[in-house]
Design a protein around this ligand. Structure first.
Ligand code: URA
Length: 435
């Protein structure tokens, strides 16, 4: 068995055995297989696909590349949530403390912003002092004590994914169902959870552009979960427009504070409550969707969920002054408004372009080593279907990069379509799938 033979086998559309997959990943990690051989195999997988057995074998090989977290000392069922990525998706920041405040343990390992899509870690780190780079032992302790921990990928958990993801990112091999499935599920399985709720996004701001592709991805993720004895529920949700109104790290945290006060945007709350409901049911804390929703509403209304958020922020090193009084936070130096060029209805948003505009303003990274500006981003004043008068404000940009304002406003103008008739808006929550 040589790397050459394995690459050519996949190139010719033949399935790889579990041993071949394991050999390739372990040899890559030990330095016997080079980056260019790995990228050749990735491209062959991208073009030729993998069946479910191969995808499970790839997931297993990824998990074997590092440590797994033992959360057996934490009582009760451990349930996480993962989104396949979108624009303005700040659901985890509301949902994780909400669910933990109702007794279900939530060990959450999140990612950074990737391309046009934001990352939970960057958002949390816009809160002064919040540390996401905690060692596993401390993470375990947080989950034990607070029923919640919010950290980033460590060097020791699925290191194969970290290295392979970096190659996929620069070789046009990200949006591939078996590669996405192994990448996501290996990290979630290594995290020591019992169950997982997935938010599989579809639409022009998601990796999966249509519902059929998203459904295929959900099937693949659920099948791997089943194979590893994890209960998995997936909701297919729309990313045909940003979720909520805020895009950008601190702007999104600020919107989460509104949600904790019961003043969150409707679409964001709908997705959050639906996913939280599934987590509570998987965690054994609610016996129906209605019971879960009632408990969530009580935890938000009473302030219990917000108190849990403040607790975990303090436990992870944050100064909570901004969270208790967001009005004291100085706004970004440059703020400009985009006005509607004509009257009509907001009929289409190019969500990918809006996400990239936010990156350009400083909210995300163009290269892995770039810093993010916590205050940069976009606040939408209008959403799909809203009636508009010419000259009315569509959105506001926030940045410290004065030179980006004109090009970004131009980009945003062409990302938004205004038409005479109201558009058909795709369902926000399309369907639920489970193992
Ligand atoms: N998120 C991941 O963790 N991996 C992917 O491949 C895509 C999204």
């Amino acid at each position: 068995m040589t790397p050459y033979e394995i690459i050519s086998q996949k190139r010719d559309g033949k399935p790889l055995s579990d041993t071949e997959i394991d050999f390739f990943i372990s040899s890559f990690m030990s330095g016997k297989i080079t980056d260019y051989q790995m990228t050749a195999l990735l491209m062959a997988i991208y073009i030729r696909d993998m069946d479910s057995r191969e995808t499970s074998a790839l997931t297993r090989a990824y998990i074997r590349s590092g440590e797994t977290i033992d959360l057996s000392a934490v009582s009760g069922r451990k349930i996480d949530k993962h989104s396949t990525g979108g624009v303005g998706d700040k659901v985890s920041i509301i949902l994780a403390p909400l669910v933990a405040s109702l007794g279900v343990a939530v060990p959450m390992i999140s990612g950074r912003g990737l391309g046009h899509s934001g990352g939970t870690l960057d958002k949390l780190e816009s809160i002064p002092g919040f540390r996401t780079d905690l060692p596993v032992a401390q993470f375990r302790q947080l989950v034990q004590q607070h029923r919640l921990g919010l950290i980033g990928q460590t060097r020791d958990i699925v290191p194969a994914d970290k290295r392979i993801y970096a190659l996929r990112d620069v070789t046009a091999t990200v949006d591939c169902i078996p590669l996405i499935s192994a990448s996501i599920m290996s990290k979630k399985i290594a995290e020591g959870i019992d169950g997982l709720v997935l938010d599989v996004k579809y639409g022009n701001g998601a990796f999966m552009k249509d519902a059929a592709q998203a459904e295929q991805l959900a099937h693949s993720l659920i099948a791997i979960g089943r194979e590893f004895g994890k209960e998995v529920v997936a909701l297919l949700t729309s990313m045909e427009q940003p979720l909520g109104n805020a895009i950008g790290n601190w702007l999104e945290i600020r919107e989460c504070l509104d949600c904790f006060q019961g003043k969150g945007p409707e679409d964001l709350m709908e997705v959050t409550l639906a996913l939280a409901g599934e987590m509570l049911q998987l965690g054994g804390a609610a016996d129906s969707a209605e019971d879960a929703r009632r408990q969530c509403q009580e935890a938000l209304h009473s302030g219990r969920a917000f108190d849990k958020f403040l607790d975990i922020c303090r436990a992870q090193g944050a100064d909570t002054a901004w969270l208790r009084d967001p009005a004291q936070v100085p706004p970004a130096a440059e703020r400009r408004t985009l006005a509607a060029g004509r009257s009509g209805y907001l009929s289409r948003m190019d969500t990918f372009a809006i996400g990239m505009a936010s990156v350009q303003l400083g909210a995300g990274r163009l290269r892995a080593e770039d810093d993010v500006d916590p205050l940069a981003g976009i606040v939408l004043h209008k959403k799909l279907g809203d009636p508009l008068q010419a000259g009315e404000a569509l959105l506001e940009i926030h940045t410290r990069r004065a030179d980006t304002c004109d090009p970004v406003l131009k980009r945003l103008e062409s990302a938004i379509t205004i038409a005479d008739a109201p558009p058909e808006i795709p369902p926000l929550i399309l369907k639920k799938m489970s193992s």
